[in-house]
Design a protein around this ligand. Sequence first.
Ligand SMILES: [Fe+2]
Ligand SMILES: [Fe+2]
Length: 271
Amino acid sequence: MRIAFLGDVVGRSGREAAGAAIPRLRSALGLDLLVINAENASHGFGLAPDMAQALFAAGADVITLGNHAWDRKDIFGYIAAEPRLIRPLNFPPGTPGAGFHVAEVPGGRRALVMNAMGRLFMDPLDCPFRATAQELSRYRLGGTVQAIVIDFHAEATSEKMSFAHSFDGQVSLVVGTHTHCPTADHQILPGGTAYQSDAGMCGDYDSVIGMDKQGAAGRFWRKLPGDKLSPADGIATVCGLYVETNDLTGLCCRIEPIRLGGRLSEVLPKP
Ligand SMILES: [Fe+2]
Ligand SMILES: [Fe+2]
């Protein structure tokens, strides 16, 4: 299966760049599945229903979220009715939406996409390790689903690596999101699971993690309330990764970074 994962969409420039890149990547790489994190799509904070619809219309199969999932209140009703939009599965019981979705992939195949959130330097949620293990117990990789992709939304690299090693061999891909900077540690772990600590963002890199640099820096220089954050509006780099998996085992045989447009050096996998 040919899968692309794109990191956190930030603001209008991120939405525009991702919207243009998704169809281009789908055809250039012959993608079977495209997953994108959009927790910062709405002015850096949350995701509005019309923005989710635009990403689906561009060719996204599944959209994931994170700690900013609920910044836009109009997403509550939308996520309850749209199974392709998922939020971290370790939110407390009763939270709207679901933490996983099984996507139908061409050729009668199925891919399980999951979203979990770390707890180190983040809001305390239920244990993401145990919640993920419990959810995974319902599926068999290479049997009931041909691929399993997990967006692990977390701050700490140690937690991300611990999570990935815990599920090595049980899932196709563990990719980190939330820090908005692409890491260069993409690899196939010994058990066959692809891993990258952070996918990076779809956003303007002349910024502080996608937000206007003056406003963001001002919050470190002065500890006064009122320095409001807004997204940087320069041309965004679309960041993420590309993996190929074996349908019989569900394990990964190739992982390559994707960086397209904007300020970061461009990298596109060869088809
Ligand atoms: Fe984010
Ligand atoms: Fe986040």
